[in-house]
Design a protein around this ligand. Sequence first.
Ligand SMILES: Cc1cc2nc3c(=O)[nH]c(=O)nc-3n(C[C@H](O)[C@H](O)[C@H](O)COP(=O)(O)OP(=O)(O)OC[C@H]3O[C@@H](n4cnc5c(N)ncnc54)[C@H](O)[C@@H]3O)c2cc1C
Length: 131
Amino acid sequence: MFDGWAPTLTALIEAGDSTPTPRRIEAMPTGPRWVNRPGITLIGDAAHLMPPVGEGANQAMLDAAELAGVLAANPADPDSAIRAYEEAMFTRIHPIAEMSARVQAMMLSPTAADDIVRFFTARPSEPAAAS
Ligand SMILES: Cc1cc2nc3c(=O)[nH]c(=O)nc-3n(C[C@H](O)[C@H](O)[C@H](O)COP(=O)(O)OP(=O)(O)OC[C@H]3O[C@@H](n4cnc5c(N)ncnc54)[C@H](O)[C@@H]3O)c2cc1C
């Protein structure tokens, strides 16, 4: 499978203690939302599992901080605090999930190597995100 890859990369695989175990990359459809239910909510991957392009753990921590913030600010009405958290989280996550899906599609395309170079070298006035 890795025939023709740079030896510096295949050396990383060969240095493993066992043969590689392929894992599927799972993701929810972009723009997750659900009908609010009193007394319960979701944060992190349970709320918005995305392709791994550097956002999941960061958004999970932000979810936790923002949920804690609204609960602390409105201790008398936790259900309304949860609704506020969910609406803000849905709005925040939607474009990030779309971007993550685009970047994953770019990384798995036949032109991935060239696309990645362009992605990291494009000037700000030349958006390089995959279509
Ligand atoms: C290959 C890869 C690379 C990534 N790179 C990045 C990155 O560079 N930057 C970034 O921000 N994010 C990255 N992520 C995403 C990040 O890892 C996740 O978004 C983050 O870990 C989600 O945190 P979480 O706490 O929501 O879920 P998890 O980290 O999945 O934690 C859930 C925990 O619940 C436990 N659990 C499950 N079921 C039960 C049960 N019934 N009872 C008790 N415990 C249970 C699980 O064992 C697990 O420990 C990457 C992900 C992958 C797969």
